[in-house]
Design a protein around this ligand. Structure first.
Ligand code: ACO
Length: 431
């Protein structure tokens, strides 16, 4: 038995034998037949080999560098998980100490970046501010363009993981008209973020340990998700050897969309629109009639319960014990129950994804809806950077440049302005 696939062009009888490697065949194998593969939205096309994140969507499995997400959510911290994603191995105690120290000491922003953020309109969307501020960071670190230099790459990795939470918190403070709160180096990564968000006049902001842990778990769950839309953008921009700030701004822009990181925002809007458990059947009927989607349900890869959604549900319980129950949770729980029994959702394998419950937790933590995609971008920074590092150091990669299937007009001659007419109308020239 050979590990190959034989493809025959039935028009010509010509045959090619293409090797199978790791369950994939190379699309370039089709070149010999003068063919290319057409795969809008990459439904069945791998564009990279990767050692970072493994997903088995049918079995509901997610692992970072081989470690099950359930174990990381239970035992690890976000910063340790970020180290794992970037370096490929869990850190030793010394390595974790050094990494934490490095990140903690790069959280401050240049004052001019702060001024730049200050220049946004009072009601600017924090995600728009984050995308712009991250892009602007490249102008503060011009050496970041040396993407072939390992030490330079790692310096930007540390800066980005450290500074994105500061930018995120400043964007929130701006939208509230509150003074920006500078990082507090005595606090851990997640507690420092909460301090920059919520500190008012107290000498030191201290959040409830359970809330810090809950947010840290959410950060772990959102840290990477292999070749999703924004990771693909990160790698694609990175493939042109642009600096990582520019690439990460592009990735964050991709995350902004309601079909990706904006989904948790859309979930809350949907739950508020439903407003009452009694109105769920009517809402489900509308979704089934094609009048909108059940936001927070469905996933390109998971055709089973998203393992992150399971953990988030438990995290929600821990948060609500402290903050009190959010009435939208009752609507979400009932919505999930009804949808999971409904033939429309069952046959399409539509299950809750990570965004179904995360928004309710963010709201319980006192965050406005507009901050939700920003909350996603903070931890995903580690994943984007791991993907970027893997991409720019992969000798098989080149500048990303897909082919197209051209279906437009054949060659035709230019027509002068006065001689053009819309079908059925008289041309100006003959009028
Ligand atoms: N509600 C209702 N129907 C849905 C939903 C949904 N949330 N998701 C998919 N479907 C239906 C489609 O209408 C389609 O039905 P059809 O076969 O009768 O035409 C079928 O299920 C397949 O859907 P596709 O759009 O082909 O699935 P795709 O893999 O392209 O989309 C996506 C995945 C974008 C996540 C989609 O499920 C969706 O829009 N979900 C809601 C938005 C959301 O929650 N996004 C967050 C994703 S997770 C993340 O980014 C972190």
């Amino acid at each position: 038995m050979r590990d190959t696939v034989t493809i025959t062009d039935n028009r010509t009888g010509k045959t090619v034998e293409v090797p199978i490697d790791e369950g994939a065949i190379r699309a370039t194998g089709l070149k010999e037949l003068g063919l290319s593969s057409y795969d809008p939205a990459f439904l069945n096309t791998a564009s990279v080999t990767s050692r970072i994140t493994y997903i088995d969507g049918d079995a509901g499995i997610l692992r970072y560098r081989g470690y099950p997400i359930e174990q990381l959510a239970e035992e690890s911290t976000y910063l340790e998980t970020a180290y794992l994603l970037i370096h490929g191995e869990l850190p030793t105690q010394d390595e974790l100490y050094g990494w934490t120290h490095e990140i903690t000491h790069h959280t401050f922003l240049h004052e001019n970046l702060k001024e730049l953020m200050h220049g946004f309109r009072y009601d600017a969307h924090p995600m728009g501010m984050l995308v712009s501020a991250v892009a602007a960071l490249s102008t503060f670190y011009p050496e970041a363009s040396l993407v072939d230099d390992e030490a330079t790459r790692m310096a930007q990795v540390v800066r980005l993981i450290a500074k994105v939470p500061t930018i995120a918190a400043f964007s929130y403070r701006h939208s509230r008209g509150l003074p920006y709160v500078y990082p507090d180096n005595e606090l851990g990564f997640t507690e420092n973020f909460l301090s920059m968000m919520f500190r008012i006049a107290e000498p030191r902001y201290r959040a409830e340990p359970e809330l810090i842990r809950a947010l840290d778990v959410l950060f772990i769950l959102h840290a990477d998700h292999e070749q999703n839309c924004s990771a693909n953008v990160m790698r694609s921009i990175g493939s042109s050897k642009a600096d990582p700030y520019s690439a990460l701004a592009g990735a964050a822009a991709a995350l902004y969309g309601p079909l990706h990181g904006g989904a948790n925002e859309a979930v809350l809007k949907m739950l508020a629109e439903i407003g009452d458990v009694k109105r769920i059947p009517e809402f489900i009927a509308r979704v089934k009639a094609g009048e909108g989607r059940l936001m927070g349900f469905g996933h390109r890869v998971y055709k089973n319960y998203d393992p992150r959604a399971k953990i988030i549900k438990q995290t929600a319980d821990a948060v609500f014990e402290i903050t009190g129950r959010n009435r939208l949770l009752d609507i979400a729980l009932e919505l999930e129950k009804i949808a999971l029994e409904d033939e429309y959702f069952v046959t399409r394998k539509l299950y809750p994804n990570v965004d179904f419950y995360s928004g309710i937790i963010y709201q319980a933590l006192g965050l406005p809806i507009a901050m939700f995609p920003v909350m996603f971008a903070i931890p995903r920074t580690a994943g984007w950077l791991a993907q970027w590092l893997e991409g720019v150091t992969d000798p098989e990669q080149k500048i990303a440049r897909p082919r197209q299937v051209y279906v437009g007009a054949a060659e035709r001659d230019y027509v002068g302005l006065g001689y053009r007419r819309t079908p059925g109308a008289r041309s100006l020239a003959t009028a």
